[in-house]
Write a protein that binds this ligand. Structure first.
Ligand code: FES
Length: 213
């Protein structure tokens, strides 16, 4: 298990790292607000603070593109996955390298317990907090063949200690992060609108019940 941490002081705890995520949340929010996609339906600060569901216009999210929005102070990653990316997610050579390829651990609602971990295969909706110590994994759908990790088809890479996830947020075996990225409650109001913070009708799931946020 490799680690890039080389400081001489004590190792940061998960609580330390999550505090940093909370502090940097304002910056993430500011970045999200500049997205024209998010602007039109961007909720007020009061709505975000209250943890109410938020609506996101996904009509201009092109294949391969990701947007980031804040919900309950945490970054939510929304990706329009390409057909090639969906094919890769089912590739046995990738699946064999994953720690929990079929999402057995409670890190998602039941409606995301499938190979694409979502309700619509093309759209990923994930909580962007590494399940190791809480850093923010970077979105790298088409990495260089040799960096940041050799022979990695792409997905999310956490620069803190080198954890790798695929484009469904499934964590690789043998990296510091122990669990898949969480999936928040969500559903599609219509073809253009994604609502985060509310389950499909008749389903009960609370993000607070996942094994690790
Ligand atoms: S926080 Fe350690 S690998 Fe992500």
């Amino acid at each position: 298990m490799s680690s890039h941490a080389s400081s001489s002081g004590p190792e940061p705890t998960r609580r330390d790292m999550l505090s940093l995520v909370a502090i940097s949340g304002t910056a993430i929010g500011a970045a999200a607000i500049v997205w024209p996609l998010v602007d039109s339906m961007n909720p007020s600060a009061d709505v975000i603070a209250a943890g109410a569901p938020i609506d996101i216009d996904i009509s201009k999210l092109t294949p391969g593109q990701q947007i980031v929005v804040l919900w309950r102070g945490a970054p939510m990653l929304i990706v329009n996955r390409t057909p090639a990316a969906l094919k890769t997610l089912q590739d046995p050579s990738l699946v064999s390298k994953l720690s929990d390829p079929t999402s057995k651990v409670l890190q998602q609602p039941a409606y995301a317990e499938n190979w694409h971990r979502s309700t619509k295969p093309e759209f990923a909706v994930l909580v962007g907090i590494c399940t190791h110590l809480g850093c923010l994994p970077g979105y790298l759908p088409n990495p260089d063949p040799s960096t940041p990790a050799p022979n990695w088809p792409g997905g999310y890479f956490c620069p803190c200690h080198g954890s790798k996830y695929d484009l469904a947020g499934r964590v690789y075996a043998g990296v510091p992060a122990p669990y898949n990225l969480p999936v928040p409650p969500y559903h599609f109001v219509n073809d253009k609108t994604l609502r985060i913070g509310e389950n499909p009708t008749g389903v009960v799931f609370e993000l607070s019940t996942v094994v690790q946020m």
